[in-house]
Design a protein around this ligand. Structure first.
Ligand code: FVH
Length: 292
């Protein structure tokens, strides 16, 4: 049985992430064209077999699949506005981090120039690309996802989240929001323990098993939220979850209580609205898009 040739790909943007993506393609035998605003950054990939395009126009016309891994939404326009007409009929996979609405704007703009657009959100660091644990979310034109799949799967586990180009970004940023809130909580705890002389390293050693075990609560909260009944038995009530003692303890130690005070505020809002006897997951109602 004959196997198809690995597809040709152009990678625009050779920062840490773009270089990792291009290197993985080269290792897998793809004909890889690269371009970077600062051309010197293409040198290392050229020695591995990439073709460094001399201009952005040459880069976007070299291959039928163009992958953008630039800094932000503005840099995608700055790079591609001058050459977008030359891309008519091409597929553009944009892995640059944007907001959902910025991704939707890019999809509309690309479609207006006959360019088939797929948005992507990378949930991995550059060293993870091509290895276990790397994931990339995609949304936009399904046909681009399907056609490009042999390329996309070189990098990470690929998930298609739907035709709305903003969804990959939305789900990525939703997970990052959870991650950064958790990080802020950890750092606040480290500052509290640090006020009594505990090193951050010791605190991390003690906190990691406890906080890891607490992630089991996610599934429980999720089932309560999806069930729409915050009164189901077996939950810790909001009245019981009053966190003002943690806020006070933080202040007593001279530590800014900002992350925990934000949680306490959400709890207080639901108690004030008469939901104190209901479960902790109820604070989701203070956060959702249509909450008043
Ligand atoms: N690195 C990571 O861990 C994260 C993982 C999650 C996803 N992000 C996003 O990936 C995009 C690229 O990230 P990066 O790590 O490669 O970023 P840098 O190393 O800073 O490289 C940035 C590249 O963008 C080029 N660039 C910046 N501004 C412009 C512009 N106005 N016009 C054209 N190109 C531009 C820059 O070129 P140069 O400075 O070398 O000339 C780099 O190639 C990003 O959206 C992350 O959020 C990575």
């Amino acid at each position: 049985m004959s196997h198809p040739e690995p597809a040709g790909v152009t990678v625009l943007g050779l920062g840490a992430m773009g270089s990792a993506l291009a290197a993985t393609l080269l290792d897998a035998g793809h004909d890889t064209t690269v371009w970077n605003r600062t051309p010197e950054r293409a040198a290392a990939l050229s020695t591995r077999g990439a073709t460094a395009a001399p201009t952005i126009g040459a880069a976007v016309t070299a291959q039928p699949l163009v992958v953008a891994v630039l800094f932000d939404h503005a840099s995608v326009h700055e790079t591609l506005d001058p050459v977008i007409e030359q891309m008519r009929g091409s597929a553009l996979v944009n892995l640059t981090t944007t907001t959902p609405n910025e991704a939707r704007e890019l999809a509309t703009w690309a479609a207006g120039h006959g360019v088939r657009y797929l948005d992507g959100a990378i949930m991995a660091t550059p060293p993870m690309i091509g290895g276990p644990g790397a994931a990339i979310l995609y949304s936009g034109l399904r046909e681009v996802f399907d056609d490009a799949r042999p390329v996309l799967d070189r990098w990470a586990d690929s998930t298609y989240d739907g035709a709305d180009s903003g969804l990959a970004s939305l789900f990525d940023l939703a997970m990052l929001s959870g991650m950064y809130s958790m990080f802020a909580g950890f750092l606040h705890g480290a500052a509290m323990a640090g006020s009594a002389g505990m090193s951050a390293t010791e605190f991390a050693g003690r906190a990691t098993p406890f906080l890891s075990a607490m992630t089991d609560s996610f599934a429980h909260f999720a089932s309560v939220i999806d069930g729409g009944d915050y009164t189901v038995p077996g939950q810790q009530s909001l009245d019981f979850s009053d966190l003002s003692h943690i806020v006070r303890a933080s202040e007593e130690q001279g530590v800014q209580p900002v992350p925990i005070a934000a949680v306490q505020e959400l709890i207080g809002k639901q108690i004030a609205a008469g939901h104190g006897a209901e479960g902790f997951a109820r604070i989701y109602e203070s956060l959702r898009a249509d909450s008043t």
